[in-house]
Design a protein around this ligand. Sequence first.
Ligand code: HEC
Length: 172
Amino acid sequence: MFMRNSLLILALLISPVLYAEETPELGKPASKALVEQWNNDIFPDGEGLPSGKGTATYGKKVYQQYCLSCHGVKGTGDSADELAGAKHGLTDNPPDKTIGTYWPYATTLFDFTRRSMPLNNPGSLNNSQLYAVTAYLLYLNDIIGEKEIMDAQTLAKVKMPNRDGFVNYQSK
Ligand code: HEC
């Protein structure tokens, strides 16, 4: 009996070694297109912004077609986050977090939207649609005018209301 138990324990101890080569075979290799979609960071200063341009006027159409179903009319929120139309401030309890009250950079708003939105089909909008919808979101938050053209130069120059609300530890 003692011998049998010892053998069992020994078998259990060495089994992970024997099966270490096996994998659960989950997932699949990332395609080149998928890697390209993810590996294209845009930095706060605008480095990495692509060519293309758009205004809020066209962005409204893009928004209505691809964003409204989740983010609601004029970005006031629905099943997904409120993006505009804050009723009170960031320092209130609870804070009212929108693009206008919270986001520090317009450039990273473009980056976020390009890599993750629309949630049900990320990567599907072209660069001009992305500039336009970003312009519309900035316009809804009273940050730019309806006809202001957003491109790689102008987007990087937009100063977000909460720009100084974040601490950059590297520059301390
Ligand atoms: C199918 C639903 C859906 C659609 C369509 C959609 N979104 Fe979203 N969106 C979400 C959800 C859910 C989140 C929250 C994701 C998270 O917190 O990780 C989100 C988050 C965001 C945020 C970040 C909000 C914040 O401040 O944290 C932005 C900006 C945004 N979406 C923009 C857009 C734009 C622009 C479009 C259209 C091009 C779009 N979304 C379409 C569901 C959607």
